[in-house]
Write a protein that binds this ligand. Sequence first.
Ligand code: F3S
Length: 401
Amino acid sequence: MKLTKQQEEMLGGKYSEGTATALKIQIAVGESFGAERLVPITRAHVALSNQDADLWFAEKLLKAGAKCKIPPTVNPGFCLSYFQKVTTISEEDASLMQRTHEAYKALGAVLTYSCTPYLGGNIPRFGEIVAFSESSATPYVNSVWGARSNRESAQSALCAAITGLVPEYGLLTDENRQGDILVEVQAEMKSDFEYQLLGYMGKKIGNGVPVFTGLPKYVTPEAHMNLGAQLNTSGAYGLYHIVGVTPEAQTLEAAFGGKEPKRRVTITDEDLQGILQEISEEGARKIDFAMFGCPHFTISQVQEIAKILAGKKLKSEMWILTSSYTKELAERMGLLEVINNAGGHIVEDTCPDQPCWHHLKGKLGVTESPKCAYYPKRRGLSFVIRDLRTCVEAALKGEVE
Ligand code: F3S
């Protein structure tokens, strides 16, 4: 890889040993993909996971003097102060969250603790080169905003934030942004929920850049968010196109760059029903809790729940995960009060795949997100998956249809 004089100096340790290590990692990644040079970025998002390996890496770079040149927004861990009030958090789990907070604070990150930075606070323009990690974040900035990011890991995105650079390969180049797979959607897309199931069709769609046809002309931000999150739970997709909707796919020809698709796939109502049966815990009626906000809920999703809950009492626990910004809005709009009065929680900075959920171990919940049902399985939580309204009604009755 060709380096500029300044990049050579960075590699030589001029800006700290930690910065040199970050660059060394990026050069190794770039060379393995055949990149010839490094290019500057203007934004980053780091999918910190508040887990041992992630913290080890962040603290290692920090101790070696690294600081973020491009302050990245960061993913959720869990809101320690909230969970210490409502449940028991072990010293070990509290210390992990505190150390993660201290490490990223000292690295100079913007401590947003949300996995939907692309909806507010970290929105790139068309064509901007950025380094975004996180399942729904990378496809959103590429597909919806038309920015250019590879599917970064938490670690490679942190390296990019520190050096202010990324190796030029993959989705940063014109040819790799063209579609490979034509996905003709024949299923009826009645609500944002169907996009969760469509995204979970990764096995059937296969590897490459999917180009969706047959979707409605207006796809909501929540539907894009769901589609990207689930595509990266059932597979690995940094970019998708929707013909007539996403900016680089105004026509089918533009989406494929004038080439023939390498593969054609049709998705029907039966496919969506089939995947739901496969991933949802079926056969049970009684549920213990409901969990929403994986990815973090928007204010309209919070509004939708508050409308159903107004004046009623929940039979099951309800947890709505969102950004601190959306929670603040919910409070101003009186939605937090409605949800709290019904017995539900809105909690900021928190993800379902965290140690704060010990009290739900061995219990059965409902969620509208397959990703929410997938990751916390290893923590002993299981889920029935339904559309949002059915989930909220189930939490009111304590039973799911
Ligand atoms: Fe976000 Fe955690 Fe879900 S990072 S998408 S809430 S698994």
